[in-house]
Design a protein around this ligand. Structure first.
Ligand SMILES: CC(C)(COP(=O)(O)OP(=O)(O)OC[C@H]1O[C@@H](n2cnc3c(N)ncnc32)[C@H](O)[C@@H]1OP(=O)(O)O)[C@@H](O)C(=O)NCCC(=O)NCCS
Length: 248
């Protein structure tokens, strides 16, 4: 490698991780949604997708925050959305977890990092900024839905302190969605009181495959939560570790 090339390589490698910023200008929002829609294959003309349109994001700044990270050349490196759900939206999302409906829920979605910038911690930074924004806007619970065929995203979520509490389908996704939550305020952890006792946990590890969705659903309903997700043998396989406090 020539010196010129090696210097170029070095400077690209050592560029610090960009800090995601809250984006409110319609042109910047449009630039991100155009990029993210192309990654997710979103049909922009679908009227049911209003919540993710630039116009909606730009005019609902009290309930919606779009964070984008830019490189030194102003190119988008990644971004993600956080939205405070209305009570009706929250109910729809959490139909199997009605005990959470008293929470003020912020949903984390529409996140993408450019391929060449992955595995550097940018998704974690994007989540950190959005968690801070959600707390400042009074949210008590962060929610995210991960397709059962997206182990990288599932792994990233557990590394960011989310736990999986359910599995459900929605009209926009081909695969079922794992429901991930992270409390934003000090609280009892899903019925496991941790005030004075240290619970003893039992664990199970399972591969999330099409024929295991109903078994997984049953485990969630019995109070198991998913605390770790790893990429399995194929790039679409989630290997999930679930935990439950042992009943004494
Ligand atoms: C999911 C996504 C946003 C992660 O972005 P990222 O910036 O690479 O994530 P991070 O660098 O913060 O990494 C988070 C964790 O995932 C791991 N990870 C990231 N890419 C991985 C890969 N290809 N294989 C295995 N693990 C991977 C990281 O090592 C890290 O885990 P660790 O802390 O145990 O090392 C990115 O892969 C992406 O844009 N994917 C396509 C769009 C998408 O699926 N969005 C999510 C929709 S819900």
């Amino acid at each position: 490698m020539s010196e010129k090339h090696s210097q170029k390589w070095k400077s690209a490698e050592s560029e610090p991780l960009p800090v995601p910023i809250l984006v409110t200008g319609i042109d910047e929002i449009r630039e991100y949604t155009k990029y993210a829609d192309s990654v997710f294959g979103v049909d922009e003309s679908d009227p049911t997708l209003e919540r993710w349109t630039p116009e909606y994001i730009a005019t609902h700044t009290d309930t919606v925050g779009l964070f984008v990270a830019y490189g030194s050349d102003k190119e988008i490196k990644g971004g993600g959305l956080v939205t405070i759900l209305s009570k009706a939206e929250a109910l729809e999302k959490l139909f199997n977890q009605s005990y959470l409906t008293k929470e003020k829920i912020a949903i984390f979605e529409y996140q993408v990092v450019r391929e060449e910038d992955r595995r550097k911690g940018l998704a974690r930074e994007l989540t950190e900024k959005r968690l801070q924004w959600a707390r400042e806007h009074g949210a008590t619970l962060a929610l995210s839905e991960i397709e059962t065929v997206n182990p990288i995203s599932a792994h990233a979520k557990t590394r960011e302190g989310f736990v999986f509490i359910g599995i459900q389908s929605d009209e926009y996704s081909d695969a079922p969605l794992l429901v991930a939550v992270k409390p934003l305020v000090e609280a009892e952890v899903f019925g496991e009181s941790i005030k004075n006792t240290t619970p003893i946990y039992e664990h199970v590890v399972m591969s999330v495959k099409e024929d295991s969705h109903s078994e997984l659903d049953a485990l969630f309903r019995e109070g198991w939560i998913g605390i770790d997700a790893q990429v399995g043998e194929s790039e679409e396989e989630i290997v999930l570790t679930l935990r439950r406090a042992k009943l004494s």
